[in-house]
Write a protein that binds this ligand. Structure first.
Ligand code: ADP
Ligand code: MG
Length: 271
């Protein structure tokens, strides 16, 4: 890893990246994305279901190959990089894919390096568990002996096992209760800062994106339709689709504030 990369230097570039499916290529999942992501930035990728977020993320670690255009990581086309090196440099928390149920937490965390022919030392497993605020003793547990939040923490530890430069997360906290979700989001942001990571997090939750990210990309129908800072989105920027997403948490906050002002009686006038 470079000693101290310039915070503004691009680590990831989508160059008219495009992906279509179907015999005639008529299902456009990603319709030509041009975008540059600076090293050490925390980027949220937001959009409705089916807008192409997962497909765009999968192009980075070559799980999906572009139909046209290119994806550059550190200036090099990802398809030309040594794939096991690439998978080490890019940690991935997959959408909906949890831990392997029949192996221990320790083995789950070590699986990436193991597939690359490397054994993680017990001290490293302990270090990774500590990073995500789990007890080292949990290494010997099976996934079904953990809470949902603890499992997601193991998922993050697994993504960090190869000491990556970049962390990609696809709706990592989707299935969690709001309090656990909030705590894990804060934890990931703290790890991002502490480890000097570049993070791209897919979420459909605009509030989460605004609270955690430095930059918010909005996708719609396979295209990037907004690229804004949280401050700019809150000030009304980014266009209609982005503002439609911002309106949801804003209206909730306004309704809560109004309820608080009215004494939280839900408009009920009974004593
Ligand atoms: P998101 O993550 O934003 O929900 P996806 O990237 O998963 O969206 O999907 C974008 C579009 O591409 C959707 O219309 C989806 O049905 C389609 N798609 C994704 N993967 C495939 C695939 N393997 N085969 C065919 N269509 C796909
Ligand atoms: Mg998805």
């Amino acid at each position: 890893m470079a000693a101290d990369p310039d915070a503004s230097s691009p680590i990831l570039t989508f160059n008219r990246a495009e992906k279509s499916y179907g015999d005639d290529g008529d299902v456009i999942a990603v319709g030509g994305v041009d975008c540059t992501i600076a090293a050490r930035s925390f980027v949220a990728l937001v959009g409705a279901s089916g807008s192409g977020k997962s497909t765009l993320l999968k192009m980075v670690n070559t799980l999906v190959e572009p139909s046209a255009g290119r994806v550059l990581f550190g200036g090099e086309d990802v398809t030309a990089l040594n794939q096991s090196h690439l998978r080490r440099r890019v940690g991935y928390v997959f959408q909906g894919i949890g831990l392997f149920p029949h192996i221990t937490v320790r083995e789950n965390i070590a699986i990436g390096p193991r597939l690359a022919g490397e054994r993680l030392q017990p001290s490293r497993i302990e270090e990774l568990l500590t990073l995500v605020e789990l007890e080292p003793e949990m290494a010997g547990r099976m996934p079904d002996e953990l809470s949902g939040g603890q499992r997601q923490r193991v998922g993050v530890a697994r993504a960090l096992a190869g000491d990556p430069e970049m962390l990609l997360m696809d709706e990592p906290f989707g299935a969690l209760d709001p309090i656990t979700r909030d705590a894990l989001g804060e934890k990931v942001r703290e790890l991002h800062n502490r480890l000097g990571l570049t993070t791209v997090m897919v979420t459909h939750d605009m509030a989460e994106a605004l609270l955690l990210a430095d930059r918010v990309l909005v996708m719609d129908g396979g295209f990037l339709v907004a690229d804004e800072t949280p401050a700019s989105l809150l000030a009304g920027g980014g266009g209609e689709i982005a503002q439609g997403l911002v309106a949801v948490p804003r209206q909730q906050a306004e309704r809560l504030a109004a309820m608080e002002a009215a004494g939280a009686n839900h408009g009920n006038t009974a004593p």
